[in-house]
Design a binder for this molecule. Structure first.
Ligand code: ASP
Length: 271
């Protein structure tokens, strides 16, 4: 049994969340492949790491105060690393910003990269950099077959890989926002996983927006087509590009909350 488990940004926003995720992974030995987003908001007024990285790059280009978002990025990662006694070296990002040698995509990708590096160390697992397996074709779409072959070659042990980016001609290129869901689906398809788990901060796909309807409940089961239709309409819980790779390989998906992992969440399959 092989499960690819993808954890969203709020699931990994603090050291306490890293501890919870470690316990969740340990609870099922099938969770061999882990895909992560960058740490997200700790509270509604907080910034996502990815937004801070975009801000740092934009300010660096425009001659603005890029050190301010960089300081926040550093303190967010240091807080997690220190609480869990993990090593952290952000010098490549800091030097790249200082020398202004990094592309916008390269800077944005570091949220997922450092998050995966910390989690891999914390779980004592292999870190597989997505730049080494997720390949883009020259037209900017993902070259699925090449990516699958690369991941199959690299995934010879339980691993953690960053979501959201890959490489095009040796340069970092990101997917669209929320793209770690797509990375997770591609990893599941590459390894012909038995299950793709998408761990988020809501207990599945809900019947309504809980901010509008507090009685909104998780939908127990959806087909891929139903989920695709919802994702295209702007369903917040999943990136629309995440359905196709698992659907093509017939891999069932589960969307559930890492804050309430005991709840079943929403199951998605062909039937
Ligand atoms: N961190 C990226 C974003 O904020 C990608 C993701 O979370 O999936 O869009």
């Amino acid at each position: 049994m092989l499960t690819i488990a993808k954890f969203g940004g709020s699931s990994l926003a603090t050291a306490a969340r890293f501890r919870a995720v470690k316990a969740l992974i340990a609870a099922d030995p099938a969770r061999q492949g882990i895909v992560v987003s960058a740490p997200g908001r700790r509270a509604p007024e907080d910034s996502k790491l990815t937004d801070l990285l975009y801000a740092a790059h934009t300010l660096r280009q425009s001659g603005g105060d890029w050190l301010s978002p960089l300081g926040e990025i550093e303190s967010r990662f240091s807080e997690i690393a220190q609480a869990l006694s993990l090593p952290l070296d952000l010098s490549a990002l800091k030097d790249g910003l200082r020398k202004n040698t990094l592309s916008r995509d390269a800077v944005a990708s570091r949220g997922e990269y450092y998050c995966a590096a910390l989690l891999a160390r914390y779980l004592d697992r292999k870190l597989i950099d997505s730049a080494d397996w997720l390949c883009f074709a020259p037209d900017g779409t993902v070259d699925a077959e090449r990516s699958y072959a690369q991941l199959r070659r690299l995934a010879d042990a339980p691993f953690v890989t960053p979501g959201f980016y890959g490489a095009l001609n040796g340069e970092i290129k990101t997917l669209s926002r929320g793209g770690s869901d797509v990375t997770g689906a591609l990893a599941a398809a590459a390894l012909q996983a038995d299950l793709y788990e998408n761990w988020t901060d809501v207990p599945g796909v809900l019947t309504a927006d809980p901010k509008i309807d507090p009685c909104a409940k998780p939908i127990p089961h959806l087909t891929y087509s139903e989920l695709s239709a919802l994702a295209e309409k702007g369903l917040q819980v999943l990136h629309e590009g995440a359905v196709r790779p698992v659907r093509e390989k017939g891999i069932p998906m589960r969307i559930a909350s890492s804050f309430q992992p005991e709840l079943p969440g929403t199951w998605i399959s062909g039937e």
